[in-house]
Design a protein around this ligand. Sequence first.
Ligand code: CA
Length: 211
Amino acid sequence: MDGKVLVFPIQSSTAHVILKPTIPKSLEKLSVCLYSYTDLSRPYSLFSLATPGKDNAFLIYLQPPNICVMHINQEAINIKTDPETLDWRHLCVTWESETGMVQLWVNGKVYPRKISNKGSSIAAETSIVLGQDQDSFGGGFDASQSFVGEISDVHMWDYVLTPEDIQKVIYGDLDGNIMNWNSVLHKKRGDVLDQPKLQCKSISSSYTPCA
Ligand SMILES: [Ca+2]
């Protein structure tokens, strides 16, 4: 998928992409980053990771214009952000079990940190879906929560990214160690296409790492 974007052109309860990373053990730390571009004004699922018995094991769910609902092992927390704009948006979520700390980064800006599910872990047996919210392991889709738009550069790490790492990810200089967009096995289902990226725009951020 190197240089490609996934295009979800219409609302449906069927269009989705299954990502098949190799996750050898349960996760007590996790970072997920991706780029998205959408004109949706209703809520939508951006990244849905289910484990057996937990449909929202790691779910990034957005409520435009300015709420990210982050679900970890079935617990939902709201993180308020700046309003979405009609542009490519880079988003990272990190979580670590030891403290429960959740970090949300949008376009290189970190929002006030929250905690969720201190002491728990995310099972290694995962079902990862783009384009839909899973309400069961690998299924249970609802068109009204589907993603319509474009997604690219989805990466996962089994550690918490540092501020310096986030900057590298934004510029494509750091790939996921447990899921790399350039090599991940994936299956497309329904109305979804992989297409070349038509425009690239560097994010000019006034935020830089503190170190
Ligand atoms: Ca769900």
